[in-house]
Design a protein around this ligand. Structure first.
Ligand code: SAM
Ligand code: SF4
Length: 325
């Protein structure tokens, strides 16, 4: 079992397979041109898997593949199969913008993928274009339909932004209710890479929008999930709110993150990381296990989004497109 320096059990590993993306979401990617990590610096699937085996053997029971856009990485289904074949009962999920799902969903399902979290920030073509900085909506909706058609579990993630998509909270919820899938509204997490022009909605403001039409009942957090669940009686529907600005958010944190370059990251907010690249390249499993133990020991108690001050220069410099959210 993996226990961190604050006594929390860590059983969830998020693996980013690329920082590259076919979208440029305003809350995630810089507006100015920037260069990608050279492809030769990325770990191969075999190298990533070597570390993942160590983590699985030590107690990880849930793995999420993310990015950047993970479906940009060639032969992703072979990586999924590698993990699935090693431990078929592992809770294996993927987070995607859905753009490439129409042509990949069936292969992902066949390889052993169980669930998808899909980002859907708007149902209006122009607003989706404004956020992703590309005309994406039609293809994203087709991707969601395909995922449901092949029998993958689907949850939707929406990041509500003031003056951009804050009038679509109920529309997205109704879209999800119709398809019997869960939506989770995610508070925008301020970071140095996002457009400085955007302002996220606080969890309480998101709930106010829902309460304008419906009665909601707080259900609480589900295990170590970051999502706080609510129930709408009139719709007989449950939705989630991911609210990292709240003080209790980190209490049950059960996750660590591995980047495509092999950096093991204990917390989404902070810059700290330790590399497992050399150890997996040389096949030194013991060295990889030592890095894992050190990262767990050093895992911070909590993030600092709860203290965020818009007038301060003190902002997380961790890039979501690198860590995978
Ligand atoms: N490209 C995939 C996608 O968009 O689903 C996976 C990677 S993306 C970084 C993972 C999740 O992080 C998405 O749900 C996205 O909405 C969320 N995200 C990115 N930047 C964020 C931010 N600044 N605040 C809150 N959520 C963010
Ligand atoms: Fe790409 Fe996902 Fe970031 Fe959007 S949120 S830019 S889709 S990595």
């Amino acid at each position: 079992m993996l226990i961190d320096g604050h006594g929390r059990t860590v059983n969830y590993l998020r693996v980013s397979v690329t920082e590259r993306c076919n979208f440029r979401c305003q809350y995630c990617m810089p507006e100015k041109p920037f260069s990608w990590v050279p492809k030769e610096n990325l770990l191969s699937f075999e190298e990533l898997f070597l570390f993942m085996r160590v983590a699985i053997d030590e107690g990880v029971t849930k793995i999420r593949i993310t990015g950047g856009e993970p479906l940009l990485r060639e032969d992703l289904d072979s990586f999924i199969k590698m993990i699935h074949d090693y431990k078929p009962d592992i809770d294996l999920a993927l987070t995607t913008n859905a753009y490439l799902l129409p042509q990949t969903a069936q292969r992902l399902k066949d390889a052993g993928l169980k669930r998808l979290n899909i980002s859907l920030d708007s149902l209006k073509p122009a607003v989706a274009h404004q956020i992703a900085q590309k005309d994406v909506l039609d293809q994203v909706l087709k991707g969601i339909d395909k995922a449901l058609e092949v029998g993958l579990g689907v949850k939707i993630n929406m990041v509500p932004l003031k003056g951009i998509n804050d009038d679509e909270i109920l529309d997205i919820m109704h879209y999800c209710k119709e398809r019997q899938i869960k939506v989770r509204f995610i508070e925008y997490m301020e970071n140095a890479h996002a457009s400085q022009a955007i302002e996220g909605m606080h969890g309480r403001e998101i709930l106010e929008k829902v309460k304008e039409k419906y009665t909601i009942k707080a259900l609480g957090r589900e295990g170590a999930s970051p999502s706080f669940n609510y129930y709408i009686e009139e719709l007989d529907y449950e939705f989630g709110l991911i609210d990292p600005h709240k003080h209790d958010f980190c209490e049950n944190c059960n996750r660590i993150r591995l980047t495509a370059e092999g950096n093991l990251i204990p917390c989404l907010y902070f810059d700290e990381a330790m590399s497992i690249a050399e150890s997996v390249k040389s096949g030194d499993i013991e060295a990889a296990a030592d890095v894992l133990a050190q990262v767990l020991k050093d895992k911070p108690k909590e993030n600092r989004w709860s203290e965020f001050d818009p007038n301060s220069e003190d902002i997380s410099t961790r890039a979501f497109y690198e860590t995978g959210g």
